[in-house]
Design a protein. Structure first.
Length: 329
């Protein structure tokens, strides 16, 4: 049987392909644009049967529907600064809806990437409540987050109406870091960007704080290692009766200062150099000072694996990927 992974040459997608290649007997078919050398290298080490271009996806599904068991829909316009609303809606709402209905019709499981960007500034907390009232009350800060929340709402409405694949689950990924994110430009994780800073300048630059409750560099995020994300996705693959929308994070908020210290430690630098600089004026009034995934719902569903500590994740990423001749997983 076949698993389709859309966005399979991307960051989380290619790490999932790595896990599936090692730990699954399914044939793997990737749907993605191989529009950079980095994305090609993301897949180079893995056992992939076929790579299809996104415009050909629906035709491929129809031609091979008897052999497809699961679709992991990881593909999206994922830039938080993208402003083309037509492109975002077509990619992040219309396409997953088409895939949802195709999976319903053909009895195929559908597991998809949502985002913690749906929570907006966090005023309503970070609980993966999937009630329509809660989902519609969220106010994402950018078109990307709005599109992800819109699809979550549509998916939940369809599920409540009894129009759902045999398994469906959406994953609200928090601040993911790890190997194979090198094609993402300015959207790369802070870990990856900090590593480059240290290698080039010997220091890390962090935003000053404009909130008296947080010190400079003390802003908090839920940093989650991509390998933990893949462990959770694999668990859902193996637990086909679990449905719903779930947070995917570490469950523990940590500061950018902690992250910098973890990186310096991984690089065996005993005298960390940290410089604080002014946050751009245009983002100060919508800057998030705190995110932390509630993992209660995930654990209550049966997932029992511990998450990787920030120090352990940064060490593995730095030592076994970033600071090597071949950083690809």
């Amino acid at each position: 049987m076949t698993i389709i992974i859309t966005g399979g040459a991307g960051f989380i997608g290619s790490n999932l392909v790595a896990e599936l290649s090692e730990n699954s007997k399914h044939e793997l078919v990737i749907c993605d644009f191989l529009d950079s050398q980095e994305k090609k290298l993301n897949l180079a080490k893995h056992n992939v049967r076929e790579i299809i271009n996104p415009p050909d996806l629906m035709a491929y599904l129809e031609a091979n529907k008897k052999n497809i068991e699961v679709i992991f829909h990881m593909g999206a316009v994922s830039s938080t600064v993208e402003k083309n609303l037509e492109l975002i809606t077509r990619s992040n709402v219309d396409l997953p809806l088409a895939l949802w209905h195709w999976c319903v019709k053909n009895n195929v499981r559908f597991l998809y990437a949502s985002s913690a960007a749906t929570y907006g500034n966090g005023d309503l907390g970070f609980s993966d409540d999937e009630s329509i009232d809660y989902l519609t009350s969220l106010k994402p800060l950018n078109p990307y987050g709005q599109s992800k929340n819109q699809f979550d709402i549509e998916a939940k409405k369809l599920a409540l109406a009894g129009i759902a694949p045999p398994q469906w689950a959406g994953f609200k990924f928090f601040n993911v870091y790890g190997p194979n994110e090198y094609h993402k430009g300015g959207q790369k994780s802070v870990v990856c960007q900090m590593f480059k800073q240290v290698k080039e300048t010997g220091k890390v630059r962090l935003f000053k704080s404009y909130n008296t409750n947080y010190a400079d560099g003390g802003q908090l995020r839920d940093f989650v290692y991509v390998k933990d994300c893949c462990n959770i996705l694999m668990w859902f693959l193996n637990n086909k009766n679990v449905n719903g929308i779930f947070n995917v994070g570490s469950g523990k908020a940590r500061s950018f200062y902690d992250l910098a210290l973890a990186l310096f430690s991984a690089l065996k630098i005993d005298n960390p150099q940290i410089e604080y600089f002014e946050m751009p004026v245009e983002i100060r009034d919508r800057y998030q000072y705190f995110t932390e995934a509630s993992l209660v719902k995930l654990k209550n569903s049966g997932y029992a694996e511990p998450t990787t500590s920030l120090e352990s994740g940064v060490y593995d990423y730095t030592t076994n990927y970033l600071n090597t001749k071949d950083p690809y997983r």
